[in-house]
Design a protein around this ligand. Structure first.
Ligand code: SF4
Length: 286
């Protein structure tokens, strides 16, 4: 009798945790934003103390890296304090910012050796970029800050999402390489949030969600990743992270996500690759 090898168990505690600390953003990205963020959205029901507690707990249970996302994470009033808390606990930090506006104190923060940046860019032509972001002037602002990040030698990844036909994604990628950006990925819109064209399902996911990664939403809900936000596995605000990751709901959800071959899935130790705008490796399973 031949026994088929079982898929390796998914680790209960992820190495990488996305922290969606706000729904507020200067932009709206009307046909793209998975978080449905915008200038009038709130920071959610998680308080700064809740986030600090969760960051501390993450470090205690073995998380290695956190990514601050939103919305625009730098718009959270306690953004700097939260980053400092993570760094003080030995966590690596990535900030996923639209780089539309960067305060001088944030530039100082971004030059910390354990901090890296990620952003999105949609075209080398301003009109195309701003068609995606919904805000005039956003192309020049983000491009200028990409140049500043490169000149400051801040590690930077840029994701390009193909939103409409004919969008100059290849030209955008070449422009970014010419500006000195080393890591550029092209992806397409996912059926999540404002990009939703059908009811999202686990088939929309890459297959490695919950495998070394997880996300905490603005109300404390824990999901397998930001794209898997329709899958709720518990609440870190109410129950704590350890209880969620040791719970049956987390295990069942992780098991329910169809796996893909390793070469087709996200890289578990670099979660920024699994951002909807920052990977071509994170395709849906089917
Ligand atoms: S996709 Fe990003 S930049 Fe655009 S509205 Fe959403 S959070 Fe803001």
């Amino acid at each position: 009798m031949t026994i088929a090898p079982e898929a390796p168990a998914r680790p209960a505690v992820p190495d990488f945790l996305e922290l969606e600390i706000t729904g507020r953003c200067q932009l709206t990205c009307p046909s793209l934003c998975y978080a449905k963020a915008g200038p009038t959205e709130s920071h959610g029901s998680m308080t700064a103390d809740d986030w600090k507690r969760i960051i501390s707990e993450a470090a205690e249970i073995g998380v290695k890296k956190v990514q601050f996302i939103g919305g625009e994470p730098t718009m959270h009033p306690e953004f700097e304090a939260l980053v400092h808390r993570a760094l003080a606990l030995g966590l690596s930090v990535q900030v996923y910012s639209n780089l539309y506006r960067v305060k001088p104190e944030h530039w100082r923060l971004f030059t910390h050796p354990e901090v890296s940046l990620a952003t999105s860019y949609y075209s080398d032509v301003a009109e195309e970029h701003e068609r995606v972001t919904g805000r005039k002037g956003s192309h020049a602002a983000t491009r200028e800050n990409i140049v500043k990040a490169v000149s400051r030698r801040i590690p930077l990844q840029v994701g390009i999402v193909e939103v409409f036909e004919g969008q100059r994604t290849a030209e955008a990628r070449q422009e970014l390489y010419d500006l000195g950006v080393r890591t550029v990925n092209i992806d397409r819109v996912r059926s999540v949030g404002r990009g939703e064209v059908h009811v999202p399902s686990t088939k929309d996911l890459c297959g490695r969600c919950a495998d070394g990664r997880a996300a905490v939403m603005t109300d404390g809900t824990v999901t397998p990743c930001v794209l898997g936000r329709f899958l709720h596995t518990g609440n870190a605000k109410a129950d704590g992270l350890a209880a969620v990751f040791n719970g049956q709901q987390w295990a069942d959800t992780a098991t329910s996500i169809p796996r893909r071959s390793p070469s087709m899935a996200c890289t578990p130790d670099d979660s920024s690759d699994c951002d909807p705008s920052n990977t071509e490796a994170c395709d849906p399973a089917y």
